[in-house]
Design a protein around this ligand. Structure first.
Ligand SMILES: [Fe+2]
Length: 198
């Protein structure tokens, strides 16, 4: 399997992340760790998806926003989507709003998100990329071990998982405990994107 070159920095991701650093409420160490997780997700998702026009821009945006509101609340999918929508509006990229809302809303999904449900390629790439990192590389979805190790070693996201996201939240998501607000459809409805996943 050929894997892409590891990207260490993407201008679009940097622009979005640095203009939202305030959301960490002064926790720069936590925010730097979040950025590391975002870059791991971007790199894994690029390796897991076919190249397509604007794929990297969409990945940079959705990855940058996917856990952004985790600094405020465990119920972070909706505020993360709303922040993404506001940015897309300002950037004149509202056309991507539904697709990237589904990417964020579905990224904790435990099972595969399949076509013909809309936006399946990007949704599934980000879902898998996030799970590779959250599982600390135990789950790889076919990516070579050396590549997973290289990407994880290039960015230090430790504090994001050990401190920023309470351990209980990660456990709850991964064991499918019934936390309704973490469910994709609930998040899509409350962020104004009901039906974007069908
Ligand atoms: Fe994540």
């Amino acid at each position: 399997m050929t894997t892409p070159e590891v990207l260490f920095s993407l201008p679009l991701a940097e622009e979005i992340l640095e203009s939202h650093r305030y959301r960490a409420g002064g926790d720069d160490e936590g925010f730097d760790a979040y950025k590391a997780h975002v870059y791991r997700v971007i790199n894994f998702a690029r390796a897991l998806s076919r190249d397509a026009p604007e794929r990297d821009d969409k990945l940079a945006i959705a990855a940058a926003f996917h856990d952004l509101a985790a600094f405020d609340t465990l119920d972070y999918l909706v505020p993360s989507i709303l922040a993404q929508d506001a940015w897309l509006h300002r950037a004149g990229r509202e056309a991507w709003s539904d697709e990237l809302a589904v990417v964020v809303a579905e990224h904790h999904r435990f099972s595969r998100y399949r076509a013909p449900r809309p936006h399946a390629e990007l949704v599934e790439a980000v879902r898998r990329a996030d799970l590779i990192d959250v599982s600390q590389g135990l789950i790889k979805f076919g990516l070579p071990s050396g590549y997973v190790r290289e990407v994880r070693g290039a960015f230090d996201a430790g504090v994001f998982f050990t401190r920023v996201i309470p351990a209980g939240a990660v456990r709850a998501v991964r064991t499918l405990q019934p936390l309704g607000f973490l469910r994709p459809r609930d998040a899509l409805e409350r962020s104004g994107h009901l039906g974007a996943d069908r």
